[in-house]
Design a protein around this ligand. Structure first.
Ligand SMILES: [Zn+2]
Ligand SMILES: [Zn+2]
Ligand SMILES: [Zn+2]
Length: 370
């Protein structure tokens, strides 16, 4: 889909006084309709030490996935590239990815010679950062903090590359309209019309929404390993903190399977985590434990959103922020939401669970499948 991000004509962003922005259906939407296809602004692979099931091409225009079980790795060597290119153009055959000749990080891979070449302007500053501050962060702070810093670095580098080629379409900075009513459409400045960095910086998330000591920790982390540490790429302390707050509020994990298919039809979860990233258009969806929208990735890591059932005009469209199969039990689910996303969920399913007080095994597979 060349036109991605693509948004169904029957979706709009609205503003609610208690929930912030939300996605609402403006017309009836049939079950199984594709509601959105969003492109990642930046992705980072999970550390190989966590044994991710999938690797993907680092070229942000490609993001092609390959199962690690069927993956052959080759160092970048000119004389092998022609043969490799032919192999990867066949579907179903073994897939060969090439690694960085400067060995900046074992997770850095490209699916073809073309992708490696096309990604050079973006990867060069990243490569230098990975071999210096990135490697130091990894050794001193561990994989978790390193992954967060890497996503910040990639987001900053993407912004830098886009501004160099002068392609930041949709640059309008209209503020949303303040009115007295509970829900308004911010006409003329819909988040869905924003593209590139403009859509990233428009996302919610500011230092005021996080604990003071957490923000202080991020300031230390970014000033030690990121601010002025990517050659040729501007990243000030304030940009880094603003970005980290937006990433913490809006980023998506990458998983092989579907997230939020509902009613729950299977015992198989969405699979093992293999990376994270920012999907700026899709970040408008709120969470529900009984979502009317599910999402999955295609082979180029585009995120596809599909209606789980018919959606009525005026209904909010929600996704699940976690694997509903894994967090089936109501108490476990509530704990997960409170600790990881720091909000109290009052979706219909949570209200029903609270009202009925049924033992949770009764809200499992069979009953939800009515
Ligand atoms: Zn590629
Ligand atoms: Zn490199
Ligand atoms: Zn809920």
């Amino acid at each position: 889909m060349a036109s991605a991000p693509a948004v169904h004509a029957g979706l709009a962003v609205q503003q609610s006084t208690n929930k912030g922005r939300l996605v609402v259906a403006t017309q009836a939407i049939p079950a199984q309709a594709v509601l959105m296809v969003d492109l990642p602004y930046a992705l980072v692979p999970a550390p190989l030490s966590h044994e991710p099931p999938i690797s993907f091409c680092c070229n942000h225009r490609c993001n092609r996935q390959a199962s690690r079980a069927g993956l052959e790795l080759q160092p970048r060597q000119e004389n092998r590239d022609a043969a490799m290119q032919a192999d990867n153009s066949r579907s179903g055959g073994p897939v060969t990815f090439i690694s960085c000749p400067r060995q900046c990080a074992p997770e850095v891979l490209w699916c073809s010679r073309d992708c490696h070449a096309q990604d050079a302007a973006r990867h060069n500053p990243e490569c230098a950062w990975l071999r210096s501050s990135g490697a130091r962060a990894r050794a001193e702070q561990g994989e978790f903090e390193f992954e967060l810093l890497w996503l910040l670095a990639r987001t900053s580098i993407r912004r830098h590359c886009d501004s160099n080629i002068g392609s930041e379409p949709g640059e309008n900075h209209n503020e949303s309209v303040e009115t007295g009513s509970a829900v308004t459409t911010s006409a003329g400045s819909s988040h869905f019309d924003r593209r590139g960095w403009d859509s990233v910086w428009d996302l919610e998330g500011s230092p005021g929404s996080f604990p003071v000591d957490e923000v202080a920790g991020w300031r230390d982390l970014t000033s030690t390993y990121l601010v002025d540490k990517i050659p040729g790429v501007e990243c000030t302390a304030e940009q880094a903190i603003g970005l980290i707050c937006r990433l913490e509020t809006n980023s998506f994990g990458l998983y092989p399977g579907v997230t939020g298919d509902y009613p729950i039809k299977t015992h198989a979860g969405r699979g093992e985590y293999f990376g994270s990233g920012l999907y700026p258009t899709a970040a408008m969806f709120n969470h529900a434990c009984c979502p009317n929208v599910s999402h999955r990735l295609d082979e180029h890591s585009r995120r596809i959103f599909t209606a789980n059932r018919e959606i009525k005009p005026g209904e909010e469209c929600c996704i699940s922020y976690f694997d509903l199969v894994e967090f089936r039990d109501a108490a476990v689910r509530r704990h997960e939401i409170r600790t990881k996303w720091t909000f109290g969920c009052d979706c219909q399913r949570c209200q029903d669970d609270a009202n009925e007080g049924l033992p949770d095994f009764l809200t499992g597979l069979d009953i939800e499948n009515d």
